[in-house]
Design a protein around this ligand. Sequence first.
Ligand SMILES: *Cc1c(COP(=O)(O)O)cnc(C)c1O
Length: 296
Amino acid sequence: MLYGFDFISPETPLHFPLFKEKNVEVFLKRDDLIHPYISGNKWRKLKHVLTQAQAHSKTKLVTFGGAWSNHLLATAAAGAQFHFETVGFIRGDRVSNPVLSLCALYGMKLHFVSRESYRDKKRLFDDHFANTNSFFIDEGGYSAEAALGCEDIVGELENSYDHIILASGTGATTAGLLNGVTKYGSHAMVHSVPVLKGGGFIQDKVAALATSTTRLHLHTGYHFGGYAKIKPELVDFIRQFVASTGIMIEPTYTGKMLYALFDLIENDFFKKDTRILAVHTGGLTGFLGMHHLFDK
Ligand SMILES: *Cc1c(COP(=O)(O)O)cnc(C)c1O
């Protein structure tokens, strides 16, 4: 069992003049408050994976990510808390940054591998960890277990919503929300904002894990040039949002998602009198890699 994670993240109302003007109510599901580093959707995505690893008496978690990966850090911290050894394969040349230092602090062994060998993750795992007591976790934690954990976001809700909006990378969290909407009888549409360029590919990745995608709406126009790319208007938006709410967001995921939400509201995408839930999926260490872009 995974003890110490029975925290239900709050649904906080957001107050902006724009919302009043357009007659919409907006709440934020504060999954960023679940844990500083086993953050947001990464905790939800790991939960059943860790239970499964425990059930199979595995002692080591092996996973994959880029040098700023929220998933790597979440796995490192969760591994330490639930008594697994952890190994992270990191794409590209050896670098040093605060996220990797935190991973190492939590006891994760870091292996830097070329982009070429990174591509074949199963092979990396088999070459180094076959016939050991190790458990494979895919990049970003993408799996059916990950989607299952994210259903709880809907299960926990106190209010009913017409729309739920979130940022997406692999699509596992989006699939979990869709399944949760079905499971808990919500009528909400699920609005997924891919943070990568050409985010249409998410449709298939979501469909692979979701029982139905009829309630899915993809908004592919808010990538700002691609993964971890930004533009001045995004920086300005994040600055204003954080300073006026006291709620931290970052440029890679939650900043783009909330920018999209404000833009959609501004352009009357949502009908009057609708209630919208935005999911704060956490991942705030992403800011540390881009802090210089916020210096004036
Ligand atoms: C990983 C991550 C996502 C993307 O989740 P997927 O399930 O891969 O779509 C969204 N937001 C944050 C903050 C993340 O760290």
